[in-house]
Design a protein around this ligand. Structure first.
Ligand SMILES: [Zn+2]
Length: 296
């Protein structure tokens, strides 16, 4: 069993299993990636459905086809999974993950492994987020204040993952709520897997049909081009780095710095390889605790 590192990380053990990168088998951790290649894709049914809906691509083998692997819920978005490979050594690849529960998402529960390959998006000590439910409650207070003043609000979050959390949470408020059209495809898949999000009307439909009743809530991706008179709030782990919105909330689908450190302690690996984000910074912090941390 070998670990190959080229443009991505590949497990070589008779067959080559690419971790979000090409191999004889390609493990796709979640549907944020649009570079799904190869015939033999390993992923969850949810991820397969999201990829089909968003990118029109198909291809999935069941994990039973490869006896040494197990998929674990990564808690990042619907269908996101980590991969546990049990060869002569055990290897855990997290993909993007979040170790905190939030609404219908359950946080990632790490397992012990000899080798850990972990994302490090927020791997710097200044990225520590409050509890997600606390962030949502603060956002709700802000939204209610604005609506009471007669201002509509636009809640901005990535169209796959964040937007669904916002829809699910704010749907329970007694204000008119509309969504950007690009969310419908994703909502459909969430609904298919038991998270009911298919009752929303799009902003365009409402406007065209004359149903628009300000003040309202509009949920949309950050890069939308709707011209709407509204207060804007941005939801992201990067919230503290942006100032171009009326409000910003540190609601993330990733583990924060503390979550990354906690995860490594629980896995307690001989070696941890870091991919994406602040990997050098995180490696330094992990080495202070005696871990053999290698940024890739
Ligand atoms: Zn992601």
């Amino acid at each position: 069993m070998k670990i190959l590192v080229d443009r991505g990380v590949v497990i070589e053990d008779g067959v080559r299993i690419g971790l979000d990168s090409p191999g004889d088998y390609t493990f796709v951790s979640h549907a944020h990636y649009d570079h799904v290649r190869g015939e033999k894709v390993i992923c969850t049914p949810e991820t397969a459905e999201l990829i089909k809906e968003r990118y029109g691509k198909e291809g999935r083998v069941r994990e039973e086809d490869l006896p040494n692997i197990r998929l674990l819920d990564a808690g990042h978005i619907l269908g996101s999974s980590a991969l546990l490979y049990e060869g002569e050594k055990t290897l855990l690849y997290t993909g993007d993950f979040c170790d905190r529960d939030r609404l219908f998402m359950k946080g990632f529960v790490p397992r012990k492994a000899d080798i850990l390959v972990m994302e490090s998006t927020f791997g710097r000590p200044d990225y520590v987020f409050p509890d997600p439910m606390e962030v949502l409650r603060e956002a709700r207070d802000w939204v209610e204040d604005e609506l009471r003043r007669g201002n509509s609000v636009m809640l901005l979050g990535y169209s796959l993952g964040k937007a669904q959390i916002l829809e699910y949470f704010f749907e329970r408020m007694n204000y008119p709520i509309y969504v950007h059209g690009s969310l419908l495809k994703v909502n459909k898949v969430y609904s298919k897997f038991g998270i009911e999000l298919d009752g929303f009307m799009t902003y365009r439909e409402a406007k065209k049909g004359g149903f628009l009743r300000p003040p309202f809530i509009l949920i949309a991706p950050p890069n939308n081009n709707l011209k709407v008179e509204a207060k804007r709030a941005f939801f992201s782990g990067w919230a503290k780095d942006v100032s171009s919105y009326d409000a910003s909330f540190p609601l993330s689908d990733h583990a924060d710095f503390e979550g990354l450190m906690r995860t490594v302690r629980k896995v307690d690996p001989e070696v941890v390889y870091l991919v994406h984000g602040f990997k050098k910074e995180l490696a330094l912090e992990l080495r202070k605790e005696g871990f053999n941390a290698i940024p890739l």
